[in-house]
Design a protein around this ligand. Structure first.
Ligand SMILES: NC(=O)c1ccc[n+]([C@@H]2O[C@H](COP(=O)([O-])OP(=O)(O)OC[C@H]3O[C@@H](n4cnc5c(N)ncnc54)[C@H](O)[C@@H]3O)[C@@H](O)[C@H]2O)c1
Ligand SMILES: O=C(O)C(=O)C[C@]1(C(=O)O)C=C[C@@H](O)C=C1
Length: 363
């Protein structure tokens, strides 16, 4: 019988547990958490089979999932490296930063495999009661596994099959730069805006309560858990500091334009943001109907996208959407191809593989 050990049964850990049980109720889930209430609740709701005291009980597990705040994940990896674990165990984590976690995993014994993971969906809510099996549906799930075999990666993806995510492999540095910009920086901006607004209304406490949709949508994530976010910022400090500086420069630019009534700069500031934001797509990821995506690496040269669409057109494979995901300037682009159904996706995968394109999606 497959045994899964989860350390940290909050929003993310319990969502994974629910999805694993949905895939196969015979899989045994053992969990540890500092919060006894979380464990009792999970046991009662049959989200887990057994609650235990600590990581020391992970010795018989086939999979170990670390789902505590990032600083605690790093500590757990050091603890695990001193335990005698089952040979072939796959250890994974769900932490929001990767460079320090992957470095800490280097101390693990060679008979286990470490595959770092990061589901790119979640909530400002925390705890076991906020979790749900379809939290990550259609979201990206980053895999950072410089030393893992494809066989091990596929084993983990099979365990997490019910999540219905889009798998994408990144290096630790690519990962931390990417999420620094699209996740960590926005959380800092939201919290800073709430703090500054609070100060602005220090003598009129009802001021913030007057806020309508605008303030509420940009600050929803300021309600996120401070423990989790302190650990994230601490483990991605240099990258976030650079991104914050670039953001401050953008604020300085618009401040200057306002002061000198430079209407053209002000207009372009909003117009360029609107074009980019309009391309972002739907607000909600969890619960959307399934899309059939393929991700391929494309070389950074004129005509490379046209080459891909021509190959598909010759085979009469219809594309629903095509999107270039630029992760960093220096590396090749990633092209996201969306199809109407699985049959088209599979046919496209086959033909593009034959033409030596590197397909990076796994299902
Ligand atoms: N919240 C999100 O949107 C989101 C999304 C993706 C990834 N993540 C990452 O997932 C991880 C968990 O986040 P979450 O949102 O589930 O937080 P959470 O607060 O809901 O859950 C964390 C759980 O870990 C437990 N815990 C803390 N320290 C522990 C320790 N030393 N040993 C055992 N249990 C401990 C807490 O009691 C809690 O139940 C974090 O690393 C976070 O960066 C969060
Ligand atoms: O939806 C939210 O509330 C989130 O903040 C989720 C969110 C993010 O998008 O920044 C937060 C942290 C994670 O590491 C991944 C996802």
């Amino acid at each position: 019988m497959t045994e899964v050990f989860i350390n940290g049964l909050g929003l993310i850990g319990s969502s994974l547990a629910r999805a694993i049980k949905q895939k196969d109720s015979q899989i045994k889930i053992v969990a540890a958490d500092l919060n006894q209430h979380a464990l009792e609740y999970a046991k009662k709701q049959k989200i887990i089979d057994e609650a235990v005291g600590s990581l020391r009980n992970a010795a018989t597990a086939d999979f170990i999932i670390l789902a505590t705040p990032v600083d605690q994940i790093i500590k757990s990896l050091h603890q695990l490296s001193k335990l005698s674990l089952k040979s072939g165990t796959i250890i994974t984590d769900v932490g929001s930063t990767k460079q320090q976690i992957v470095a800490a995993a280097k101390t693990l014994p060679t008979q286990v495999t470490f595959i770092s993971g990061h589901p790119m969906a979640g909530s400002h809510k925390t705890g076991v009661t906020a979790g749900r099996a379809n939290l990550f549906e259609n979201a990206f799930y980053f895999i950072v596994a410089p030393n893992a075999s494809q066989v091990a990666i596929v084993k983990l993806q099979n365990l997490l099959q019910q999540l219905h995510v889009k798998w994408l492999e990144l290096t630790p540095e690519q990962h931390d730069r990417l999420v620094g910009q699209i996740s960590h920086l926005p959380h800092i901006i939201a919290a800073a805006l709430v703090n500054q607004t609070q100060q602005a209304f220090i003598n009129s406490p009802l001021g913030m309560r007057m806020a309508a949709g605008g303030f509420k949508s940009i600050t929803r994530i300021a309600a996120a858990d401070p423990t989790m976010w302190s650990a994230i910022l601490q483990t991605n400090a240099t990258i976030i500091a650079d991104q914050l500086r670039a953001y401050q420069a953008e604020l300085t630019k618009i401040r200057q334009a306002i002061l000198v009534a430079d209407q053209k700069t002000i207009y372009n500031f909003f117009a360029s943001a609107k074009v980019s934001r309009d391309q972002l797509g739907p607000e909600k990821i969890g619960g959307l109907p399934g899309f059939y995506d393929l991700f391929i690496n494309i070389p950074d040269r004129v005509g490379s996208i046209a080459d891909v669409t021509r190959i598909l057109a010759v085979k009469k494979i219809n594309l629903v959407n095509l999107h270039i995901l630029e992760i960093r300037e220096e590396i090749d682009g990633i092209l996201q191809l969306t199809f109407m159904n699985e049959k088209s996706r599979a046919a496209a995968k086959k033909i593009l593989n034959e033409q030596h394109y590197q397909v990076i999606t796994r299902k």
